[in-house]
Design a protein around this ligand. Structure first.
Ligand SMILES: [Zn+2]
Length: 354
């Protein structure tokens, strides 16, 4: 352990490792590959976070042995193409089931949090606290019957889209772009999904949503605006990052932004070189967020196991290096606590119904 406050994280893609990678991944054992497992989380002071259920476009049940996912490999999905409901449901079941299997096999070391008290207790008791998050609503039927079932099972957070279109909305492509204002806003079904999430107390994640969709959600949602894993467009003009106008809207709604560790969302030129992005660049994004939306609305959203992160961090065990860089640049203990986990708890308190 280290002397930094425990971290709660806005986004990981670690569940995908069970399906995508063929390296015998076990969340409860120490792994050399990938970013996140329980032993390394404990070393890094990570107490839990949002576990994404994301449906890749052409995932095979087993990846080839010779091509395990490693940094620098292109992701297996073809970007931008809509997926069928049948395929998406099947894949989402397979990936979600893995989270429930992990909880069952953990002997109490991991819990799927269903209410704020669960998260608070878990962080206090050293139980790894997992939020069941759907990244892209492809597995939901437009009538939203599946949403009821997912919610009853424990779903507490949902990104309307990943970076592609579905029947609810349109995602931003991932890449350097002068603006995330690409494509139309929410469909009628998308508006119904926002209303249903508000009613159920499911957090709506705006990361990956295009700008027209963002403003539609901002207009109708009754919950704080949340981008679980996005950065500052003014510092790195990737379409996945948030413009200052979007940041202002998040602040006005008392929402939150989780800093994404993806080098291509951090580096000013969008470099994919993991050696070229340093802790100072991450601190600069945090500084901008804090100046623009306030210290109570900034958090972390690593994107572990879903992206390429700076070499200097390596994996989750490197988290204290980021905390140390923030401390060295002037963030005090109370501020670090907010960024580490208190701000996430604040937004969950405002968003969840239980
Ligand atoms: Zn993502």
């Amino acid at each position: 352990m280290n002397d930094f406050p425990i971290v709660f994280d806005g986004h990981n893609d670690t569940l995908l490792r069970y399906l995508r990678d063929d390296d015998g991944f076990d969340f409860f054992a120490r792994n050399e590959l990938g970013h996140l497992d329980l032993p390394r989380a404990r070393e890094g002071g990570l107490g839990g976070g949002f576990f994404a259920v994301f449906v890749p476009a052409n995932l095979k049940p087993r990846a080839t042995v010779n091509e395990p996912f490693t940094r620098g490999n292109p992701p297996p999905q073809r970007r931008g193409e809509p997926l069928s409901l049948e395929y998406s449901q099947r894949m989402a079941f397979a990936i979600s089931a893995q989270l429930f299997r992990m909880e069952r096999q953990s002997a109490g070391a991991l819990r799927i949090a269903r209410c704020l008290r669960d998260v608070e207790e878990d962080l206090a008791n050293g139980v790894f606290s997992a939020i069941f998050h759907l990244e892209g609503a492809e597995p939901l039927d437009p009538e939203l019957h599946a949403l009821e079932i997912y919610h009853a099972a424990g779903l507490r957070s949902l990104g309307i889209v990943w970076s592609r279109s579905n029947c609810f909305a349109h995602g931003v492509p991932i890449g350097m772009h002068p603006t995330p204002d690409i494509g139309p806003g929410l469909t009628e079904e998308g508006f119904a999904l926002v209303r249903a999430c508000n009613e159920l107390g499911v957090l709506i994640d705006l990361s990956h949503l295009n700008e027209a969709g963002f403003w539609d959600v901002a207009r109708v949602s009754q919950a704080p605006l949340v981008a679980t894993h996005s950065n500052v467009h003014a510092l790195c003009p990737n379409a996945r990052n948030l413009t200052d106008r979007q940041l202002d809207a998040i602040a006005a709604s008392d929402g939150i932004v989780g800093l994404n560790f993806a080098v291509s969302f951090l580096h000013p030129e969008g470099s994919h070189d993991t050696a070229a992005t340093h802790l100072e660049t991450m601190v600069r994004h945090i500084d901008h967020l804090v100046e623009r939306i306030g210290i109570d609305r900034v958090a972390l959203g690593s994107d572990y196991d879903g992206t390429d992160i700076p070499d200097v961090l390596g994996d989750v065990s490197g988290l204290p290096k980021l905390m140390a860089a923030l401390r060295a640049s002037g963030y005090g203990d109370e501020e670090l606590k907010k960024i580490a986990h208190e701000n996430w708890l604040r937004v969950l308190r405002l968003t969840w119904k239980n």
